[in-house]
Structure formats: structure tokens, C-alpha cells
Write a protein that binds this ligand. Structure first.
Ligand code: SF4
Length: 464
């Protein structure tokens, strides 16, 4: 009988790509995918470890899977990713049930583990790997959509962030290698490419010839068959003319920007060591809004960072109300011992941070609701994903202003449709995050694509 492997993928889309590479490694080694952990010979938990909540979720999941290992239902439990990269010694001492530990740069070492000849500890230090087009990878996300990692690691020194410590220094993929992967994905029926890394605007600065993000985005968008290109994790640097132009004018680049801003008060941005103040953020937002009519702007903020006063928090709320971001993620500050913010005075109590979280979420939700309502009656292109997980017998998709697994959906009615189709839809109803729409065109059958592989994804978090 074919041996089976079960994956739990935690954390952000970057971890998701790493999990998909491991699914590919396992398939090459002759393993089939088990949807349920109970049916697997090998269980892999790809962990997240950048904030307290994510660490807890990872540890709880490992312990849950360790019960199956102890009961003998599987013969190997493997822990990979950011948590084991960050705490290799502590985890190996405290989790005797775990057979192998791999770090955040060790996805290909799963082959040794499955071959039965690996050591228990396989965490490479420093983290120095980046996926390449030649690596095996099996997509597990929504139909016709894929994340593409353009770089790994980060050279910035934001005070609250521990990511560079365990994801390593910035290393960009050669432009030609990204394009090669994109061509292969398109050949598999992918229409939407979501470009990710920790710090996307820094793409290429470590490569010979220093190709820019703008060049890369254009090269990806020009690949025949690509329909939507989306760029995540832009840092609020002064945007170059070239990047603004490609984001605004390339017909395949969606009118969607993801730029985590983290805060808005000057003193807070300084404490966070972001290297710029509110004025620059305002100029960047204005420039993007002016250049890209109909832009959907996603950002993320941290509340409760050490030193944040009531007045500074209010400045953040005022900034959100001014910028009218269509999508806002809010995170409560997590006091990480190795982050520079850990040593700062003026810690905010969890109670206060909770209040600020709710207040900012409520302000953001009002803006999101107004934006959603403004879409009623409009006609939009929608990428059909498949049957809704929330409503049986209803198909769902996303319009260009909805990123996969992060934003909401469009629920579809009115005609038959198929996963992987791009269809014209008239929006009939709107809730805070989702839309309901009627199909108004006649769809062509999409390219035949093998049924998507299902991966257990427990969280979709953001950083960067
Ligand atoms: S917040 Fe983002 S840009 Fe800043 S150090 Fe962390 S990963 Fe890098």
C-alpha cells in the first residue's frame, strides 16, 4: 500500500509555499496525501513562530499530533518552519515525541527524513534557502491561483519584529527563475499570481545587476496566459516612478496594494524603527490613490506597542479614517524577548491593548462596510474558486480587490460556473467582507486542471 503523509500548514502564505514544496518532495518520494492526520504514516507540522499567539497555536498543534505518534497511528512526526528555526534546542528537549526537526530553510531535507536516513535535528543555521523553479511543488490553494515567493528574509530592523532572526537576510530569486516558475504555473491552469516575500520593494537589491521590483512585476505580468498579478508586503518607501507606473497601468496587475504600515504617529514609527514618519506614509498613500483610481488598499497595524500613548493611538485612528483603507488587519503587540521593543519602557497593559484593538477594528469596519456597499450594482470580473465552504450548493469566487484566503469572497448565482473561470458578475448584495453577485456572461470551459490537493491550513497570518 502507498504510504501517506499529512501536512498541517500554519502561518502566512510564505509558509504555505514552503509546505507546498514539501508536498512535492513527499510526492517524489512516493507518498500520497492523507487529508486526516489519523490516516497518515508521517505527519508534518509546518510551524509559525513570530508572535506569542502563533507560537501557542504551533505548540498546541504539535502536542495534538504527538498524541497520534504516541498511540502509534503514525511512525514519524516532523516539525518544520519558523518555530523550530527559532527554538531548536528548547523544542528538541521538551518534545521527545517529535522524530525530526527542520528549520525554515530545510524543506528539501524532508527527502532524507522520508528516506529513513536522517538525523533528528536538521535545522540549518543560518536560514539561507529560497525556493527555485526546479524544486518540486504541488499547489494546494484555491483553483487557478498561486503564491510565488520572489525573495526570502529581510534586512530591515523594525523594533517589534523577530522575522529576520529566523528567516535570515534578504535573498532574492533571479528574475528569470521567477518567470520560469510562473510559466510552469500558467501551464497548470493558474491565472492569478500573488507575489510575496518579507519585504517586496527590496526585491533584487542583493542580486547582480539589481533588477527592480517593477521589472519583475512587468516580466511576470507579460507571461502569456497570466490574467492577474498581485503584489504583497510593500514597504512604505518613496515609490519609484517605474513601480508606480507598473502598478497603475499594466493591464494584468490588479488594482490592489498590500502595504503594512504598522502605525501612523511619528513618535511611534520612530520607536518602531521604521525609518520614516507619518508625512511619508501620507504621501505614499496619496500617490497610490491618485495614480490608481479604484484601488483596493490593504494595510496592517500594531496596537499596544511599548510607549504607545492614548494620543498616539488616536492619531492612528485619525489616519485610518483619513486614508479610508478598504482592508485593515490589526494585531496586538506581542512582547518577544529577542525583539528590540522588548527593552522599551511604557509597556501597554493587555486590557488597554484589547480596547485599542477593538476601537481600531470598529473604525476600519465602518470604512470597509461603506466600500462594500459602494460596489452594489457594479459589474466585476470574478475568478471562480469552487463550492463555498460556508454555504453548500453555492459557488464562490473573488474579484480583483479580494486576495486569496485573506479577504472575503463573492458568492455566485444565476448560471453554471466552474473553478478556474474568470466571469463577469453584477454585485447584488454586500456584507462587511463578502459580496453576493449574479453571473451575467456566458462562460467558457476552463482549462482542465487536476483536482486541487487539500492541505490543512490553520491560520493565515501576515507579517512584513
Ligand atoms: S516588519 Fe517586515 S520589514 Fe520590518 S523587519 Fe519585520 S519583516 Fe522586515
Amino acid at each position: 500500500m502507498r504510504r501517506k503523509i499529512h501536512f498541517v500548514s500554519l502561518g502566512c502564505p510564505k509558509n504555505r509555499v514552503d509546505s507546498e514544496v514539501m508536498v512535492g518532495v513527499a510526492a517524489d518520494a512516493g507518498y500520497g496525501l492523507a487529508t486526516e492526520a489519523e490516516d497518515a504514516d508521517v505527519i508534518v507540522v509546518n510551524t509559525c513562530g513570530f508572535i506569542g499567539e502563533a507560537k501557542k497555536e504551533s505548540i498546541d498543534t504539535i502536542f495534538e499530533m504527538a498524541e497520534l505518534r504516541k498511540a502509534g497511528s503514525c511512525s514519524k512526526l516532523v516539525v518544520t518552519g519558523c518555530l523550530s528555526q527559532r527554538y531548536p534546542t528548547e523544542l528538541s528537549e521538551q518534545m521527545p515525541e517529535v522524530d525530526h526537526f527542520l528549520g525554515s530553510s530545510d524543506m528539501l531535507k524532508l527527502k532524507q527524513v522520508l528516506g529513513g536516513k536522517a538525523k533528528r535535528m536538521l535545522v540549518g543555521n543560518p536560514a539561507d534557502w529560497i525556493v527555485r523553479a526546479k524544486d518540486p511543488r504541488i499547489l494546494t490553494g484555491p483553483s487557478a491561483s498561486a503564491y510565488v515567493k520572489i525573495a526570502e528574509g529581510c534586512n530591515r530592523t523594525c523594533a517589534f519584529c523577530t522575522i529576520p532572526e529566523f528567516r535570515g537576510k534578504q535573498r532574492s530569486r533571479p528574475l528569470a527563475d521567477v518567470v520560469r516558475e510562473v510559466k510552469e504555473l500558467v501551464a497548470q491552469g493558474v491565472l492569478e499570481l500573488n507575489l510575496i516575500s518579507q519585504d517586496t520593494v527590496a526585491y533584487g537589491r542583493d542580486l547582480e545587476g539589481r533588477p527592480s521590483l517593477a521589472e519583475l512585476v512587468r516580466a511576470v505580468a507579460d507571461v502569456p496566459g497570466v490574467r492577474w498579478v498581485r503584489v504583497f508586503y510593500l514597504y512604505p518607501e518613496t515609490l519609484t516612478e517605474e513601480l508606480t507606473d507598473v502598478l497603475a497601468n499594466h493591464p494584468k496587475v490588479v488594482k490592489y496594494v498590500d502595504m503594512p504600515l504598522q502605525h501612523a504617529a511619528d513618535a511611534m514609527l520612530k520607536r518602531m524603527r521604521r525609518g520614516h514618519g507619518k508625512d511619508r506614509q501620507k504621501r505614499v498613500v496619496e500617490r497610490l490613490r491618485n495614480a490608481i483610481p479604484g484601488l483596493t488598499f490593504r494595510t496592517a497595524f500594531i496596537v499596544g506597542h511599548p510607549g504607545e500613548t492614548d494620543a498616539e493611538f488616536q492619531e492612528l485612528v485619525d489616519f485610518v479614517n483619513w486614508a479610508k483603507f478598504e482592508r485593515v488587519g490589526v494585531f496586538r503587540y506581542s512582547d518577544e524577548e529577542s525583539a528590540k521593543s522588548f527593552a522599551l519602557e511604557g509597556k501597554v497593559t493587555p486590557l488597554q491593548a484589547g480596547k485599542r484593538y477593538r476601537a481600531l477594528m470598529s473604525a476600519a469596519r465602518k470604512i470597509a462596510r461603506a466600500h462594500q456597499k459602494s460596489l452594489i450594482g457594479k459589474e466585476l470580473d470574478v475568478l471562480v474558486e469552487g463550492v463555498s465552504e460556508e454555504h453548500e450548493f453555492v459557488m464562490q469566487g473573488r474579484h480583483a480587490g479580494q486576495a486569496p484566503e485573506i479577504d472575503g469572497h463573492v458568492f455566485l448565482s444565476g448560471d453554471e460556473c466552474h473553478p478556474g473561470q474568470l466571469r463577469r458578475v453584477r454585485v447584488e448584495q454586500a456584507s462587511d467582507y463578502d459580496l453576493v453577485g449574479t453571473l451575467i456572461d456566458v462562460g467558457e470551459r476552463p482549462k482542465k486542471r487536476s483536482a486541487p490537493v487539500r492541505l490543512k491550513v490553520l491560520a493565515s497570518r501576515e507579517a512584513g
